[in-house]
Design a protein around this ligand. Structure first.
Ligand code: APR
Length: 230
């Protein structure tokens, strides 16, 4: 089975009503990254950080996968598909994708602030001060904050290096090391870039640009890949 690796960013969830970060009106225009998405912010005011992720978790639980997520899940009928996402939502899983690697964490999970190996599913949308791990320490969002290590990069690099087809959708390729992943795809791999306002694609060989929103561009691309696979 041919291997398809898909690197996704906030843009794939935009049509599900979840804000991106750097588009106009994006999330980082409304909040101070340092206050809500750094270890320093967590130390200074954990309640503020928990409130920020509670609101995002509520939005994710109220959102639904869109045609872009569903198209990637459909691709699994014919290809070995590995999604590598920068997104913390669970829309890929809810669309039916079976292999999803989260690089920046998962908003539906919490983890011990003492022992990073202790990870829990959050029931409902709230994680609050006083919610503790089995060792008695305050639970934090299971999110990779700015300045923290991205734990799954070695695995992601290996996956990218095995791709026959590499799709990038809905990311401004602003944040490393995730953004560098596309350069680990084999030279001869087919590469597709789905984004209505593409940026950061200069210098990538054999790249086909699909200047569309994910909800339209991905179903079209998936139909093409499925028809060519027979
Ligand atoms: N369909 C496809 N792409 C879209 C759509 C859409 N409907 N709407 C916007 N986009 C594109 C934008 O053109 C942009 O290139 O999605 C991209 C969103 O870029 P960012 O907001 O920077 O999101 P992302 O690349 O995922 O950010 C990476 O930065 O803040 C951190 O950890 C956070 O994972 C995030 C990382």
């Amino acid at each position: 089975m041919k291997k398809v690796v898909v690197l996704t960013g906030a843009g794939i969830s935009a049509e599900s009503g979840i804000k991106t970060f750097r588009d106009s009106g994006g999330l980082w225009e409304e909040v101070d990254i340092n206050e809500v998405a750094t270890p320093e912010g967590w130390k200074k005011n954990p309640a503020r950080v928990l409130e920020f992720y509670n609101l995002r978790r509520k939005q994710v639980l109220d959102a639904k996968p869109n045609a872009g997520h569903l198209a990637l899940a459909e691709l699994e009928n014919v290809f070995d598909v590995q999604v590598i996402t920068q997104n913390i939502d669970n829309l890929h899983e809810r669309a039916g994708s079976k292999k999803v690697l989260h690089l920046h964490g998962e908003v539906t999970k919490s983890r011990s602030s003492l022992d990073p190996g202790l990870i829990y599913e959050i029931e409902g949308w709230q994680l609050d001060i006083g919610d503790k791990c089995s060792k008695g320490s305050q639970l934090r969002p299971h999110i990779v904050w700015f300045g923290e290590l991205v734990p799954n990069m070695e695995l992601a690099y290996r996956m990218a290096s095995e791709a026959d087809i590499f799709i990038v959708v809905g990311t401004s390729l602003n944040v490393h090391p995730a953004a560098g992943l596309v350069h680990y795809a084999p030279e001869q791999a087919l590469k597709f870039f789905v984004d209505p306002n593409p940026a950061g694609v200069e210098g990538i060989q054999h790249l086909e640009l699909i200047q569309e929103k994910a909800g339209k561009g991905l179903p079209t691309l998936v139909r093409k890949l499925l028809s060519e696979s027979h």
